[in-house]
Design a protein around this ligand. Structure first.
Ligand code: PMP
Length: 380
């Protein structure tokens, strides 16, 4: 199988697997005072340092969670608990959108959704307008979009939020480990990540909470006070050490990976557009994650295309929540029609993608799209 679905999940890096297995082979609760407990705690400390190094923050600012979904819930709920409006965008992942909707279910006016333009970019004037109403608890805007790869220029948006007295959170799940993210440079208060997007295990993530910010203590899970009380429960030592090793590995090769992956993505994209015609690439070409392309193949529904190319793992541009496929809210927010959204495929590449993967994907996609277009063409 040619795997081009890194935005769904990346294959585990060998370094992460080895680190997780080594932790599984030892016994010890990171909260125990004896030697094996201290060994587990040291493994967690090391992983916390590795994740902090990737983001250029301090280890004490990292809270390990079960993933970005939990980190997003934790950030939004804590900020919202003091009262005030939640501002986010129409193209966020459901882990932010559904949390924001749930928090404001009885006070719908306390949720403001910022629109995006046809390129998927959030408009700073829209943020200024939303902030001008006052009493904003938190602004949450994603760093890189999971469907299109479109990047958000966070610094000016965070500055605007801070000027209005609001906290700024970013769901950086798709960006961390794929592009540099320097928390000394970008003044976000809260950041969510998920280890499996950069080659760590699934079910492990983190919330960065900047030291000194005014975030009320608001855990989702109560119990034994682990993670400074923010997230009770015995730590997932194996998962966390795997996440740390993946962070270190992603960090080491980042500069070369970005250029290599972008070249492969560009090759895939240009071959498909040139040879198939009648395609549209979704999202800003200037502000994009290196490994992602979202392509609308006009006249070829994505579910039929993907079924016709079972040797390639890619994604439909539609989110399948609660069992019923619905058109991508991201593409609709960018002004695409339902038909366009339904004819969109997302390819996402990453650290282990090769030229052979891309050649295979080009050949299979061209065959599949031609076949579907021919089958659906109205005979004259
Ligand atoms: N945010 C974004 C942007 C994502 O792409 C994902 C994963 N699809 C999540 C949050 C949720 O991550 P997880 O499922 O690992 O909690």
């Amino acid at each position: 199988l040619t795997y081009l679905d890194y935005n769904a999940t990346a294959p585990m890096r060998p370094e992460a697997r080895e680190a997780a297995l080594a932790s599984m082979e030892t016994v010890g609760n990171a909260s125990s005072a004896h030697r094996s407990g201290r060994d587990a705690a040291q493994r967690v400390d090391e992983a916390r340092r590795q994740v902090a190094d990737l983001l250029n923050c301090s280890p004490g600012e990292i809270i390990f969670t079960s993933g970005a979904t939990e980190a997003n819930n934790l950030a939004l709920r804590a900020a919202h608990s003091v009262g005030g409006t939640v501002i986010t965008s129409t193209v966020e992942h459901p882990a932010v959108l559904e949390t924001a909707k749930n928090l404001t279910a009885t006070t719908p006016d306390a949720l403001r959704l910022l629109a995006v333009d046809a390129d998927g970019l959030v408009d700073i004037d829209g943020l200024h307008a939303a902030l001008s109403a006052g009493d904003v608890a938190i602004v949450s805007l994603m760093a890189g979009n999971n469907e299109t790869g479109v990047l958000t220029d966070l610094a000016p948006l965070a500055e605007a939020a801070h000027a209005a007295g609001a906290l700024f959170h970013t769901d950086a799940t798709q960006m961390v480990g794929r592009l540099p993210f320097d928390l000394a440079e970008v003044d976000v208060d809260l950041l969510s990540l998920s280890a499996h997007k950069f080659g760590g295990p699934q079910g492990v993530g983190a919330l960065f909470v900047r030291r000194g910010i005014a975030l009320p203590y608001h855990p989702l899970i109560f119990g034994g006070g682990q993670e400074r009380g923010w997230r009770a429960g015995t730590l997932n030592v194996a998962g966390i050490t795997g996440a740390g090793a993946a962070a270190a590995a992603a960090h080491r090769g980042l500069a070369e990976e970005i250029a290599r992956v972008a070249r492969l993505r560009d090759l895939l994209e240009s071959a498909l557009v040139e040879q198939l015609g009648d395609c549209r690439i979704n999202g800003s070409l200037d502000y994009r994650l290196p490994g992602v392309t979202s392509i609308t193949f006009h006249g070829a529904p994505a579910d039929a295309v993907l079924t016709a190319m079972p040797d390639v793992a890619a994604s439909e541009g539609s989110a399948c929540s609660s069992g019923a496929p619905s058109p991508s809210h991201v593409l609709l927010a960018m002004g695409r029609s339902r038909e366009e959204a339904d004819s969109t495929v997302r390819f996402s590449l990453g650290y282990a993608s090769t030229r052979a993967d891309v050649d295979q994907a080009i050949a299979s996609t061209i065959r599949a799209v031609r076949q579907v277009r021919a089958a659906l063409a109205i005979p004259i």
